[in-house]
Design a protein around this ligand. Sequence first.
Ligand code: GDP
Ligand code: IMO
Ligand code: MG
Length: 434
Amino acid sequence: MEHSNSNPAATDTRGRVDALLGIVFGDEGKGKVVDVFAPRYDVVARFAGGPNAGHTIIFDGKKFVLRSIPSGIFSEHQLNIIGNGCVIAPDLFMAEARELEAAGYDLRPRLHISTRAHLILPTHRVLDRALEAAKGKNAVGTTGKGIGPTYSEKAARTGLRVGDILEGFEAKYAALKARHEQQLRDLHYTDYDITAEERTWMEGVAYMRQFTITDTVTELGELLAQGKSVLAEGAQGTMLDIDHGTYPYVSSSSTTTGGVCTGLGVAPQAIGDVYGIFKAYSTRVGAGPFPVELFDETGEQLCQIGHEYGAVTGRRRRCGWVDLVALRYAIMVNGVTKLIMMKSDVLDTFSTIRVCVAYERNGQRTTTMPFDTEGWAAVYHDLPGWQTDLTHITTADEFPPAFDAYIRYLEQELHTPITLVSVGPDREQVVMRT
Ligand code: GDP
Ligand code: IMO
Ligand code: MG
């Protein structure tokens, strides 16, 4: 069922761009909340990333995992935009869009794609694998979707953009593919066969041509000037940002508020609220430093209760307690105005809830994000657990006191209000706090 109810907690969003950003290592539940918020906005736009994202939306007993298509697609009268800051794989886009069409969602009138978004070629994906293999034990643990090579190519000014598929595409494609093949030979990575994949990819290109491929920057500018409201849907998270994350164990795009401006072509003064979304605990998928990671039974429990397996690759997510060092840093970098806490129900059975308040290494303690996040251990503050099932709660005054105390402690430490709390995966399982 498409939903069209406007939210009673809605604030005035006219003529501005609100952003909803993952503020840790991704998979915070962005898709779910964008779907919940979508009826308040005229437009939902993705500004960064591509099919490395997996945004899960559950309603009426159905589950969708969106990768490139914005999570506003289930809301009536919604324009959805894939912005210039995104990268897009035509074959995966086609598979995703066809699944939605088969489920009864008519995408074509409601989905616009930027001419300036970059194309992920099949050979970008091979390069992703080859570069990871070459890194050996220092591999990033990418999603294998060709993200790094495609953004590298964008920065090197040799990439192909969606607008290129509209004219003289075959020659441009052949030239870029030939360059990639040379790069792969240089890496001594020759054992690959993309024949079948390339056929589907080309089919995807033809399919994409049936959509509105347009100058979404001017389109958004005009819509904002008319007083329309936009929700920018983040992908990945702040700690995976190319500039602000745990480099080099990051993705290759700007996942933070600055990325909203560059990835959609909107001015900084158009930005309204910045919603920072995080889980009541922490997860990370892929390699890289993660000071709160738990290797014990508690980590295993968080993983099992939270079903912490990647929506894109099925990989087990690493788990730990919530990390105030990372959250404070992300709130600062993004200018977060409102926090959203997800998956609170996953902590329902724990007798003690731990919160990482600082990192420690060789007798040195820090509460700000260090340059080198390797080798730091978490310092904790403990709070009592609520040991109550939260999943049926619909209003904040029903929260058990210990859960309320956990929320208030985080708000006080982070100097930012937690305005929405999620207590289960379904669209309905949200509790507004303002
Ligand atoms: P995204 O990438 O930020 O959109 O998040 P993902 O979809 O990758 O991962 C979030 C996972 O948590 C999905 O499986 C959701 O269905 C699930 N989820 C979202 N909110 C809640 C919640 O409040 N409680 C529980 N138990 N699961 C949730
Ligand atoms: P959503 O939008 C969690 C991680 C990968 C890897 C690193 C680089 O669903 O939150 P890449 O393929 O981007 O070059 O991989 O970033 N990563 C994510 N982790 N959620 C995501 O997206 C991610 N997208 C990339 O696991 O560590
Ligand atoms: Mg995800």
